[in-house]
Design a protein around this ligand. Structure first.
Ligand code: 5GP
Ligand code: ZN
Length: 136
C-alpha cells in the first residue's frame, strides 16, 4: 500500500518523532500551522474516523492528552486545537488516521473555518433524532 504514514510508522521514511509506544506514534507535521504542530497516529493503517475502532481511537486521545500537556509546558501556548479530518470533504489529505495537535497563540493567523450562525431549532432537533436512531 502506498501510504506515507505507514512508511513513517515502518521507518521506511524519516520523520521528527516525539513519542512512540507499541501501537502509537507521534511526530512533527512537516507543514506546521504553528510551531509545535504534531500528529498522533496508530501504527496500523486505518483510513479515518469511519474506519478506526473506538479502542485504538481512545489510545490516540490518551497520548494526545499527554502530548498537549508537554506542549503546554514546553511552548507555553495560549491554547491548542485538536483536529481530525475524515475524507477530503473534511480537509483530509493523508488517508491514514491522524489527530492534529496545534498549539495556538492569541496573535496567530489561524481562523475558524465556519461562521457561527444561529440554527433553526426544529431542524436541529430533527437531525438529532436521525442520529440518535443509529447509535450502536
Ligand atoms: P490532513 O490534511 O489529512 O488532516 O493532514 C495531513 C497532514 O500531514 C498535513 O498537515 C501535512 O502537512 C502532513 N504531512 C503530509 N506529508 C507528511 C510527511 O511526509 N511528513 C510529515 N511529518 N507530515 C506530513
Ligand atoms: Zn497508512
Amino acid at each position: 500500500m502506498d501510504c506515507i504514514f505507514c512508511a513513517i510508522a515502518g521507518n521506511a521514511i524519516p520523520a521528527t518523532k516525539v513519542y512512540e509506544e507499541d501501537q502509537i506514534l507521534a511526530f512533527m507535521d512537516i507543514n506546521p500551522a504553528n510551531p509545535g504542530h504534531l500528529l498522533v497516529i496508530p501504527k496500523r493503517h486505518y483510513r479515518n474516523i469511519f474506519d478506526i475502532d473506538a479502542e485504538t481511537a481512545g489510545k490516540i486521545m490518551q497520548v494526545g492528552t499527554q502530548l498537549a500537556s508537554a506542549i503546554k509546558t514546553a511552548l507555553n501556548p495560549d491554547g491548542l486545537n485538536l483536529l481530525q479530518s475524515s475524507e477530503s470533504a473534511a480537509f483530509q489529505t493523508v488517508f491514514h488516521f491522524h489527530l492534529h495537535l496545534i498549539p495556538r497563540w492569541e496573535d496567530d493567523t489561524l481562523v475558524l473555518p465556519w461562521k457561527p450562525q444561529q440554527g433553526d431549532i426544529n431542524q436541529i432537533a430533527e437531525v438529532a433524532d436521525k442520529i440518535r436512531q443509529h447509535i450502536q
